[in-house]
Design a binder for this molecule. Structure first.
Ligand SMILES: C[S@@+](CC[C@H](N)C(=O)[O-])C[C@H]1O[C@@H](n2cnc3c(N)ncnc32)[C@H](O)[C@@H]1O
Length: 276
């Protein structure tokens, strides 16, 4: 297993940190932040579509579709056993453990493949896109979602300072020499090109927003939920020191009473599998 795959395993051994982040976006976005609705609109999802959600996480996207009475097949695939067992109990959804780079499905078996906020965890993102293309039926649609490169600069700065203060190396983009976990840099700047390489073209839909933190606590909670991905494991002896620094630095950001506004954004890159 590569470093990046092993790191993703640790990050999603429990879904609690992911749930903290999802809840923070729901509660504190300046404008409604509905990625599910945006994806559905971008690909024109219809009730009859057979949908494969790769890296499905909590599976909330597929659960909602099932509850609405979606007619087509709904399959969630994830590398995390915790994600698969959480989704296994959901009626109308099939949950499968697997790797985006080697999908356990026949060619041309899905109408829609979604890769939502997951490609930056995959050691070979092009392989994942190639697999998505393979399992799509002719005319089937892809939606890949990633953050814009500059998302949440204040939160990321807080994390960078706190981990560096205690001797951890920040994640490093591909190609950069350094210590610390490798961060696959799939973002708005390069995803359209990757999709184009596999599908021949790509359409980009950008969504900008802000997190508006009324107090330091939710900011610290979000940062703590990211720590495993920043190289600070749950059983790391210096973890409490890192959290103490996060708490102190976050409090300083509210010296004037707040709120603290942190710009964020994501792109949905769509493509259609050629019909021939
Ligand atoms: C940030 S979460 C996103 C979850 C969900 N798609 C969402 O948007 O809320 C990333 C998910 O991708 C999964 N993942 C990471 N690498 C993977 C891989 N190689 N194959 C399949 N799933 C993977 C993780 O286990 C995790 O559930």
């Amino acid at each position: 297993m590569t470093d990046l795959a092993a790191l993703a395993r640790r990050q999603y051994a429990s879904l609690d940190p992911l749930t903290v982040r999802v809840r923070t976006h729901q509660r504190y976005s300046a404008r409604p932040d509905d990625v599910d609705a945006a994806v559905r609109a971008a690909i024109g999802l219809t009730p009859a579509d057979d949908v494969l959600d790769v890296g499905c996480g909590t599976g909330a996207f597929l659960r909602t579709l099932a509850e609405e009475g979606h007619l087509g097949q709904l399959i969630g695939l994830d590398a995390s056993p915790a994600a698969v067992s959480a989704l296994a109990a959901a009626p109308g959804v099939t949950a499968i453990e697997g790797d985006a780079q080697r999908l356990p499905f026949d060619d041309a078996t899905a109408d829609v493949v979604t890769l939502r906020h997951m490609l930056y965890h995959v050691p070979d993102p092009l392989a994942a896109l190639r697999e998505a293309r393979r399992v799509l039926r002719p005319g089937g649609r892809l939606a890949a979602v990633v953050n814009v490169d500059t998302t949440l600069p204040t939160l990321m700065g807080l994390l960078a300072t706190a981990v560096a203060t205690h001797g951890f190396a920040r994640p490093r983009p591909d190609g950069e020499v350094g210590r610390g976990p490798r961060m696959a840099s799939v973002h708005d700047g390069n995803l359209p090109t990757l999709v184009q390489q596999i599908f021949g073209y790509a359409e980009t839909h950008r969504h900008d927003n802000e997190l508006v933190f009324p107090a330091p606590e939710p900011m610290v909670e979000y940062a703590v939920s990211c720590l495993v991905g920043w190289g600070v494991a749950d059983d790391e002896p210096r973890r409490d020191d890192v959290i103490a620094t996060l708490t102190e630095k976050a409090a300083a950001l509210f010296a004037d009473g707040g709120p603290v506004r942190d710009p964020k954004g994501y792109v949905i890159v769509t493509a259609v599998a050629a019909t021939a």
